[in-house]
Design a protein around this ligand. Sequence first.
Ligand SMILES: NC(=O)c1ccc[n+]([C@@H]2O[C@H](COP(=O)([O-])OP(=O)(O)OC[C@H]3O[C@@H](n4cnc5c(N)ncnc54)[C@H](O)[C@@H]3O)[C@@H](O)[C@H]2O)c1
Length: 402
Amino acid sequence: MTFAMGLVGCGGMGRRHVLGMKKLQAVGHLNFDLVAVCDIFPANGEKLADQAGELLGKRPQVFTDFEAMQRSMKLDGLIVTTTPETHTDVALKAFAAGMDVLAEKPITLTVAEGVNLVQAAEQAGRVLAVAENYRRDPINRLGKALVDSGAIGRPYLATQASSSSGEFVVITPWRHRKDRGGIVIDMGVHYTDILEFYLGPIESVFGMSAIVDAERKDAQGGLHPADAEDLSVGVMRFSSGALVNWLLNMAGRGEGLFSRVIYGTGGSLNIPGDRLGKPLGLVQRQAGKDVPIPVEELLKLVPDFALDATTAALFGSERLTRYDLAWADIDANLLGIEQADFVQAVIDHRQPEVTGAMGLRSLALVFGLLEAERLGRTVTLDEVLQRRDLPYELDIVKGLQA
Ligand SMILES: NC(=O)c1ccc[n+]([C@@H]2O[C@H](COP(=O)([O-])OP(=O)(O)OC[C@H]3O[C@@H](n4cnc5c(N)ncnc54)[C@H](O)[C@@H]3O)[C@@H](O)[C@H]2O)c1
């Protein structure tokens, strides 16, 4: 029986997801049929359906209203690639119609909505997966295997620092608006997810933030108002006791920066930017000296490491230390991997790799960084998840109600 998939939100990410489907199809791992797409703007839906028809050999039906789509055909699953403030509404309707859902990150606009959505999925007995792509990069898979193998001893510190984007619109103007999910949240959830992927649960955070650019410039020179934070500086503590040094500068002029290094009692692992295919940098402490380990030696340290079958098929090997592909191909591969995992989770009655609860944690951690400054103290992840009276979130909720 084929798995009938729908996709809602035919903008940039919707189109990228279709490229992911094409990659899966090319290696014989496409485990669903894209039968329907929906966007409130008819032209966006038609454009994506044309692209899908061309790439996948079958044109999905186009709808401009999700409820009409769900009434007119039986769908097993739904990929939600709308803007963040609409994820909850669309996903709740999908659960009510008996669909399982793969929602793009951030899971929802607010933590409150995320809590509701995770509960709704549980109550409906449906799979809720979050499309978190960075961790699926084969380089991160190898990095995680190395950390787990004890290659750097006991991890006690991770840095996650980046600076980029200048005064420009990052992809779309809505990313700079607080009531649509600001840029610190939009990018930050990728990094909180990857930190927990590598080192387990984070339990507390403190942060400070700023709005550097109150306007953002688009490619034509047009100016767009920006009321969401674009700079976040912080610290976090894992349940293991390890610490995080955090910097997310989305207003970065001058020198660009990306640094993700995990320090352990036995060395350090320098992890390159995601979706680049660049090799990991492992330095081990041996007899009181720091010894760089050649990339060719890394796989020997993890003899049992192997990528899952879909990832191996897409990247061409079960075990690799680097790869050389165009960015668009890497991106499409990673989206394909998360789609295939979602569908297989539904078929096998298991959890997907990134559950709704995990996507909610990564969102709550970024909110925690923003709440901590308002509260003037460290906040725990539990309180962000449990309390509904924290000031940063309340401002957004009140703004939405006004
Ligand atoms: N994982 C990643 O690397 C990555 C990258 C980019 C975007 N995203 C995520 O994907 C989502 C979409 O981002 P995007 O860049 O494609 O945005 P976008 O603005 O390009 O596209 C969103 C589309 O959704 C449509 N839409 C909005 N509300 C709708 C509704 N209620 N019903 C049907 N269609 C609706 C819009 O008309 C638009 O076509 C966001 O959650 C974003 O954070 C993830």
